[in-house]
Write a protein that binds this ligand. Structure first.
Ligand code: GAL
Length: 420
């Protein structure tokens, strides 16, 4: 009898003896808890998360899923709660984190995460996911989190009926935008719906204005130090944004991003610039009067971000988390999540047929557009810099002081160590 055969016979005997019956069953089926931390509470995103939970639960019914959400768009409140927990040695089993600088600079460099390269290889994700995305999930030769989607930040959402009634087309340039805006205002409609209560939404819209003023390469250079923040194109972007703000609803400071969406839905507002979670939100409200286009001057540029989840060190039950990550990265998981979320899959092999019209459009744009990183959503810059940028633009909404804002933006780049 060979040693291997002998060992396996002994093992089988042990298995039978303990009433498990088979060798496979000797590996305990996942049980216990799985706590997933995110800020997905709005319509569309909550359903999307639940859809993945549904798959997980069907596969691992003995695991109790704890849905730890902290409401607030773009992680406004969640990120602070997460920091407290991580510093206090109480990590959630897995948490939402944006691919790019937010993941690497906030959590990987300081050794809070476990590498997942082996998982990516075993699951074939190094070929099923785009190189550019894998690159921003990587640090020192390892991959550190599992992306569930790709969101597009620069989308102009508009009410189709309002535009049809006014015989207008969505504006391709800012000259057209302001012309349309005057015509809509004359009809008593808010041209530019905005909700900037949480402090990030104006900075989000301003990314699209920067892209229009600088082009894809110029915009990218802002984050790598090759485009000066002190230059005339940034001034021009701020001036455009100032003009746009004059067409916004007066209650913008009291509304969150979905509050601006209510303007579009209620036929009170014509346009808004928001990420494509708005697509998931509109859909969750059974609203289908919306159209979409690249914001003015954004044709051919995809301002991208990706939500991902990783494996923090010292979690209670590592196997439950690994199982979660496997579901999240799978085609089944991504095809359940993304149609509801408004985003497209991080994987390149999802079937367009499970998606709605907006997402089929986005899937095509993703393959043809120049891809640039969103700063508000963690891809372009480390959190300190992203916060300085966000705060400078939030202040601009009330101050409308172009010179002071441009100075603050330039200083933020210096403080980040990227500009001299
Ligand atoms: C982004 C996030 C999206 C969506 C959005 C609104 O930062 O990546 O998934 O949740 O915030 O909260």
């Amino acid at each position: 009898m060979t040693r291997v055969l002998r060992r396996s016979l002994i093992a089988s005997a042990v298995a039978v003896a303990v009433g498990l019956g088979s060798l496979g069953a000797l590996q305990a089926a996942p049980a216990g808890k799985l706590e997933i931390f995110s800020w997905w509470t709005a319509g569309g995103e909550a359903e999307a998360l639940n859809a993945v939970f549904g798959i997980y639960h069907a596969r691992y019914p003995a695991v109790q899923i704890v849905n730890a959400t902290v409401a607030g768009g773009a992680g406004t409140n969640a990120k602070a709660v997460l920091k407290t927990r991580m510093l206090g040695g109480d990590p959630p089993d897995s948490f939402q984190v944006h691919a790019g600088h937010e993941l690497i600079d906030t959590w990987v460099r300081n050794g809070s995460m476990e590498p997942l390269t082996g998982l990516f290889k075993a699951e074939g994700w190094t070929t099923a996911m785009p190189r550019g995305l894998l690159d921003i999930l990587s640090y020192k030769g390892d991959i550190w989190s599992v992306p569930v989607n790709i969101h597009r930040a620069n989308v102009l959402w508009y009410n189709k009926k309002i535009f049809a009634d006014a015989h207008l087309a969505p504006p391709a340039t800012f000259d057209e935008f302001f012309k349309d805006a005057d015509a809509l205002k004359a009809k008593g409609i808010v041209p530019f719906a905005l909700g900037d209560k949480e402090g990030w939404e104006a900075g989000h819209a301003f990314e699209a204005v920067l892209i229009a003023a600088l082009g894809a390469d110029g915009y990218r250079g802002l984050w790598t130090g090759t485009t000066p923040w002190t230059g005339p194109k940034v001034t021009a972007a701020l001036e455009i944004f100032k003009r746009m703000l004059a067409y916004a609803n007066t209650d913008h400071a009291a509304l969150t991003w979905d509050g601006a969406g209510e303007y579009i839905m209620g036929r009170k507002g014509a346009m808004m610039i928001m990420g494509d979670w708005a697509n998931g939100w509109f859909t969750s409200k059974n609203f289908n009067e919306y159209g979409w286009a690249p914001p003015p001057g954004n044709m051919g540029v995809y301002d991208a971000l990706s939500d991902s989840f990783g494996l923090p060190k010292k979690v209670r039950d590592r196997e439950n988390v690994m199982a979660w990550l496997r579901v999240l990265g799978s085609r089944e998981g991504q095809q359940a999540f993304n149609p509801l979320k408004g985003s497209i899959c991080a994987r390149t092999d999802c079937s367009p047929s499970v998606f709605g019209a907006y997402q089929r459009w986005a899937m095509t744009q993703w393959t043809t557009d120049a891809i640039v990183p969103s700063v508000i959503h963690g891809a372009a810059a480390s959190e300190g810099w992203a916060t300085d940028y966000k705060d400078a633009i939030a202040l601009f909404v009330t101050s409308r002081d172009t010179a002071a804002t441009q100075q603050a933006l330039a200083k933020a780049c210096v403080n980040a160590g990227v500009c001299k």
